[in-house]
Design a protein around this ligand. Structure first.
Ligand SMILES: [Zn+2]
Length: 333
């Protein structure tokens, strides 16, 4: 896989081997923990990819559109792999992949980034007249934007199915996999699913603008900057469990010693066990409830941040985002 050098966009090289750009010597610094950090995302991702392929291989889908869809699937995956060497993307991701961040929240960070930043750029490349993408692959257009949009929407329902399926996996949900197996879904992942749909639809709209924009590079840069800022804000909230610096075992030990010292006598072992179980359950439930809340708020923040980039470009008269012939004419009369 090759990549367009960020310093000299004409140069294409392969940074995943740690090689330097042949033209300017820029060496991509690799994120060593990339695969381990994004395991949960990657598991869900390959499931989604399989389902998208199944949709594209339906006999009702024209060859042109199948090739276009294939291009998107490859393009999305290339962008995901590029996370390991793109500094701005890595800065975003490191906020989510730290010790003590609830794993469902880390997963949401990955999912939101991919949909709000990677998707619109790949779709835009497939719709515009770009000779080759950042990875040196020749994009395939759909038979028409309308046909493409219908095929794109057809995939929507798959996301809930995939998220429900993976809710029961320890890799994705941790200990919550147990209650998820009984409920056959997990509220945190359902909330994530709703934002996945919203962000994915917005990505389609953003892609239409990017594809025709005369300031595409600028818009893309603003997009990652805004998404990063929105995430940094969400991570700063005192109600976000990702921010808590007291590690769970220590907090539990504190609770337990409080219970033991605070009157539960050894002559009532059953009462003592009940209190300990109740405290652990209450604590876990609070962390979970706040995680769900954080996933929801992050989705909303990124959704608004991405939209605001295009809104401000439109209202800023010095930054014309579309060439004159594509600008809507005022209605006559
Ligand atoms: Zn270079």
């Amino acid at each position: 896989m090759s990549y367009r050098c960020p310093k000299c966009p004409a140069a294409v090289y392969v940074p995943d081997s740690g090689r330097a750009c042949w033209n300017c010597g820029e060496r991509a610094e690799l994120w060593q923990d990339f695969s381990t950090a994004t395991t949960a995302f990657s598991a869900i991702y390959s499931d989604v990819t399989g389902r998208l392929r199944a949709i594209a291989s339906r006999p009702t889908v024209q060859d042109t559109n199948r090739q276009w869809f294939d291009y998107l699937i490859h393009g999305f995956h290339d962008q995901y792999l590029a996370w390991q060497w793109k500094p701005d993307v890595r800065a975003y991701l490191l906020g989510f992949h730290r010790a003590r961040v609830p794993r469902l929240f880390s997963l949401s960070g990955d999912v939101y980034l991919h949909i709000s930043y990677d998707l619109p750029r790949v779709i835009a490349t497939s719709l515009g007249n770009v000779p080759a993408d950042d990875f040196g692959v020749i994009p395939r257009p759909p038979s028409s934007v309308e046909d493409g949009s219908i095929l794109y929407l057809a995939a929507t329902d798959e996301f809930f199915k995939v998220l429900d399926k993976h809710a029961v996996s320890y890799q994705v949900s941790g200990l919550l996999a147990l209650p998820a197996a009984i409920a056959r879904s997990l509220l945190a992942l359902r909330v994530l699913g709703f934002w996945v749909i919203a962000l994915r639809n917005a990505a389609w709209i953003h892609a239409q603008v990017l594809a025709k924009s005369v300031v595409r590079d600028k818009l893309e840069e603003s997009l990652i900057t805004s998404v990063r800022a929105a995430a940094a804000d969400a991570l700063k909230s005192p109600w976000n469990p990702a921010r808590w610096s007291i590690p769970t075992p220590q907090l539990l030990a504190f609770f337990l010693s409080f219970v033991f010292l605070g009157g539960a006598s050894a002559s009532e072992p059953l009462t003592m066990i009940a209190v300990v179980v109740a405290v652990i359950a209450l604590y876990s439930m609070s962390v979970y409830a706040l995680t769900v809340r954080s996933i929801d708020r992050l989705g909303r923040a990124i959704y608004n941040a991405a939209n605001a980039v295009f809104e401000s470009a439109l209202s800023n008269e010095t930054a014309l985002i579309l060439p004159p012939e594509d600008r809507p004419r005022p209605l006559a009369g």
